[in-house]
Design a protein around this ligand. Sequence first.
Ligand code: BES
Ligand code: ZN
Length: 880
Amino acid sequence: MANSTIYRKDYLPFDFDILRVHLCFDIHPEKTYVTNTMNIRSKHSSDTAHGLKLNIQDITIDKVFLNQKELHPHEYQLSEQFLEIPNCQGDFELTVQSHCHPRTNSTLMGLYESNQSLFTQCEAEGFRRITAYPDRPDVLSSFTVTIRGDKQRYPYMLSNGNLIVSRDLADGRHECVWEDPFKKPCYLFALVAGDFDVREEKYRIKSGKEVLLQVYSDKGNYDKTAWAMQSLIHAIEWDETRFNLELDLDRFMVVAVNDFNMGAMENKGLNIFNAAYALADPETATDASYADIEAVIGHEYFHNWTGNRVTCRDWFQLSLKEGLTVFRDQEFSADMMSKGLDEETAKSARAVKRIDDVSVLRTAQFAEDKGPMAHPIRPDSYEEIGNFYTVTVYEKGAEIIRMQHTLLGEAGFQKGMNIYFQRHDEQAVTCDDFVDAMDTVYREQHPGKSLERFKNWYSQAGTPTVHVRTEYDDKAQTLTLHLKQTCPPVGLETKRENWVKQPFHIPLSMGILNEQGQEILPTQVLQLTEAEQTFTFDQIASRPILSLLRDFSAPIIINYPQQTQAEKVLLALHDTNAFARYEAKHQLAAQEIIRLSQAPDSEVSPDLIHIWESNLLNPSFDANYRFVLLSLPSETGLYTMVKQIDPIAIHQAHQKTIRTLGERLKTHWQTLLANHLPTASYQPDFISAGRRALCSKALQHLMAIKDPHAIEQAIYIHEHANNMTDAFNTLALISEYGPQEVKERLLAAFYQKWKDNPLVLNKWFSLVARHADQTRIRELINDPLFTMRNPNRVRAVMGSFCTANPIAFHQSGGQGYQFWADCVVALDSINPEVAARMARIMDQWKHYVQADRMKQSLQYVQQHTHSSNVQEIVNKALNI
Ligand code: BES
Ligand code: ZN
């Protein structure tokens, strides 16, 4: 069956209010019974009747009652997707009894079993797998939930809000009743039942009330939840101080689960987390995991206001909550990273966070924005909403919020947030409502102007390019800056007729240096609102060097052909803006690797070696900022910068650059290594993490040139490590550069040591996949511990092989692509959501040197899969 397309323009409000809903669960892992009683009121006058259409999916409807009277099956209509009650009017009570099968539910949507416990996932459209309901975010209701289950198997039975009854029943069962004090859409519903370790903490919120915080994890993981709890407390404090937003509940619960499609979910008062983003201790989690956990805990907690108290009218508005909440979690992480540091170090710490975020945006989102799935942050249509939880909606969405923050300033932005909550608390609203709140402030600040043009960021896709041309008049001492923006149609836009793309409102942050590298014009924000605009600067006494797009003030590409290599070198060495300084050396390195990939016999330019040398010799920055300054662009980061992608040539050029920097700066790397060897005690904090990163950076360049001492040191560090960061970084380096025999011995030992810890084992799977050939990768999915049912494991193996192992994945015979196709087909019938994410790996096929072979494997997947999720992805990939 062909997929059907849903359009934003077709939005219609629901005809009924669901005033109250009472859900009663009789839980059994094979078959769970749900009784759903809804008090409903028609929105229309009492004498007109309307059909009440409720969504269902993969559940069995047993009985339906209208005002307590059982309906005959001919009194309602039942199809695969709907339960429809005709002729409803006024106030009435509807009860639906149904059942579902948690144990055999491998989709991980709706109610499912994982490690003997039961969990739900309802966003976006999973609630319909639990009961018949208007499964749309603009229907808000008051929920009461009764759960009955076996007391031994399920000593904890949780749902949203407050526990109001807990009592024993006959036959070893017990009952809990939960009441959520806030109205919510059904996608925020959650239920968890099982046996857990619970970490508890009392917290006094700003206004004085004491609240209960709990983190639930599988038995035996208690010690691994301390960091999540601490992160939660930090998140609550941060939202109170920076956004003046307080927790609105008496109790807030976080639960970790092993089998989870995404990172985590913000269900009201009962956040459910992929264990990878909740559990950590020094021996099993890397520095990156610690940082991720803090960010994800923050993100889900921040949704309590931006997402839950004010939610989305329809799923086209997803960026309303996700873009805004990503912006908030980015700021949270930046504030946490820079807390307690002196002003300069704090600035570079914030820059490191910004650099990481921008690199995700440019690697993944810029690619998405020129591929078959290109869409505006507020899409106009979709087939499967699950496919629209994209880097565009999330990361570009966050950039669009960040630009509003830049335009309004922190105080103005907070004022806008206030207006937003005053107008829309407990409502389901649109992206326009958000910008209108910000616009109220903007108009006050800039009489006669508005954010109307800014809204084009919501309706148009693609990455704008700003073309820069400068004229310097040394007699008049003026600089004229000509700016022109372009953004050709992408994705579905290319199919629209009689439509012209409009200019964007772009805040362009810039400064000016002189030829001695001194700043002669501090940071200013130009507002580019027209297709072409000119700005002039007076009293520029000497030839200006432009530092453009400071802090990456807009998600755009700068095209400035007049800028010379020498100017870039100067910025890379002297720019006062930590981001722009990084950016200049990043551009130089990217250009260089791309050039080498096209001219493999040429040598790395002296400029690059000079910049690296000067950064190696300059100890004045903190470790993390030095680490980013000493890091080369990632290979995949270069893919969006070339016309045609030759992954193997890029890989070789990248490796060659690593080796050249290793050879030419050997003694500096040795000194860096000696100064950053592991310390006796482990702290996960940001500065210590930066030191570990530098250690591994130095080892990398030395091991790449087969420095025997460095190889020995890596083995030593690996074998004596007191933390997973050092242990894993060295194992990864040994896998890449170490002697074959040592590599195999250490990988086997790692597997043995960690085979009972699924999260650590994923790191092993991902590392082996990164270096596997065709034989090894097929062995890997036949490993007794591999399973397609655990999304983290699938991502570890498929994700790494297809995105981080260019040599095998892009091998000339196309066997790597066939491996991808076989996996997507196998996953399609188990977990379509995850299968569709994996399917997207081939999105950019047209841009690769092996486009034909990639296309063949896409066609294979098109023919052998059934889910609408995967079909949407491959059809779009093949049709555009
Ligand atoms: N609301 C999402 C979780 C979600 C997404 C559920 C898609 C169902 C379908 C949650 O708030 C979220 O955005 N999680 C992110 C992590 C976050 C730190 C960006 C995720 O799961 O990747
Ligand atoms: Zn989110």
